[in-house]
Design a protein around this ligand. Sequence first.
Ligand SMILES: *Cc1c(COP(=O)(O)O)cnc(C)c1O
Length: 356
Amino acid sequence: MNLEQNTFKSYNNELFNSDLFDVNLVNGNLGGIWRYHHFLPVDYKDAVTLGEGFTPLLQIELFGKQVFVKQEQLFPTGSYKDRGASVLMSYAKKIGVTHVVQDSSGNAGCSIAAYAANAGIGCDIFVPADTSSAKLAQVRAYGANLVLVDGDRQATAAAALLASQKSYYASHCYNPYFLQGTKTFAYEVCEQLGWKAPDVVVLPAGNGTLILGCYIGFKHLFDSNVITQMPKIVAVQSAHCAPLYEAWKQGLNEPVKVNSGHTLAEGIAIAEPIRGNEMISAVTKTQGVFVTVSDDEVIGALKLCSSKGFYIEPTSAATIAGLIKAQGIVEGETWVTLFSGHGLKSTEKLLAILDA
Ligand SMILES: *Cc1c(COP(=O)(O)O)cnc(C)c1O
């Protein structure tokens, strides 16, 4: 594979057919995301699947507001990244890939490692040396080759990109097949609301796998007349690393340079999101907004969720904290958000918060 092939320039390309979405072609007998296989780039019979998706959409009261919260912490590996990994690794297997590389600060690495194991595909996962131990254990347990890289997230990506010249780059950031998986979030939300679009969706904004996947999914349903409005996307960044929020505030199309400070919400602390311009464009087109949250707000949201019996990781709580910020800014009746990752992934951080 050369770099050109591996760093797919845009998700909006001819790789995927654009058949209109038809609710009669949804096959509820098939598990999870694969009920939508007519609209996925791989057929169900070629699926690499661990039973992912169709997560519950629970109505919960948060900050005095009734919101729908998709239980994305309940995926086989503990985060919604399994949507993308299932579709991407199914495609990789179908085209005969025998080895992949991928880089991640945690959850995407766990997902790719799990689906590679299931598919019988070899896999090297590059992570920054300071990644949380639960995620490292999970990657190793699946039998992946773990490569610890000294330096930050950017150094890790550079190492993986180099290695991808001799392998297949199963990147959740670059590879558009990943977004073909995450788009099922939008399909599921609309199906669970009786084939209606919510007014507002509150989503994390790191590398944008969910924001872009959602945009693709909702747009597909809208263009197919299944839904009659595009939901506004509220994109949540950490105040300690907000290259997209800053750009959006200044009316710019490209992420601005920021110094990424330390934050509890490590999963969204992406200083140079490679599809940043696509994320700004998607949010803007839906008349959505960017908001930022501080670590104190993340802790407040985390404690609120666990007081109701929901155990989520701090990055996941950042999205929930973003909800309260957005309430005064964005109008709408039906709000949807998600718990993006399971609390069991970050025991050390949660202990530190509880003991503080
Ligand atoms: C990946 C991830 C995010 C952020 O998603 P992006 O695709 O980077 O925008 C948020 N929460 C959790 C738990 C994640 O694993």
